[in-house]
Design a protein around this ligand. Sequence first.
Ligand code: GDP
Length: 178
Amino acid sequence: EGEKEGEIDYVFKVVVVGDSAVGKTQLLGRFTKDEFFLDSKSTIGVEFQTRTLSLHRKRVKAQIWDTAGQERYRAVTSAYYRGALGAMVVYDITRRRTFENVARWVEELRAHADGSTVVALIGNKADMPAGRREVAADEAARFAEEQGLFFSEASALSGDNVDRAFLTLLEEIFAVVS
Ligand code: GDP
């Protein structure tokens, strides 16, 4: 886009965490490129992707970090969390186990990230047929409320709610830092 660094007012680092294969990479790709990649692991090795947007007349560069598969080996390091102003904890609504592990990811975030990090809980794959659902939206919403997290279901495949979820998080970060 030919963005000059000088035109950027804020850089917001956002980390995406959650179990393997919940759709973290796809959500990030959807938000930064408006694409769903059929070859899901095409971004492996890339640490982050960015999207620059305007919020309240300021230019904000959202720098969204992907674990690039490290979560498989529980090797997400403190460097990954360092300086994160926001975080998305993602689970797959069709795999209950990934929701049960959310508490562990939230703990890990609280241990490594700053106390003021804004956290959103995302139930991904909302496009899947109702019969495949293993986590009710109500239950996740209740858990999110108890933990003080924003909550939304989304689909990286259809794009539903993806922008809205990221933008809500970025707005909230903006409110914290500005
Ligand atoms: P990650 O390991 O959490 O980064 O997960 P990926 O982004 O690699 O996605 C894991 C698998 O889930 C891939 O096969 C994706 O195509 C699929 N997937 C990701 N998001 C969605 C979604 O919103 N809906 C559906 N139906 N499949 C998805």
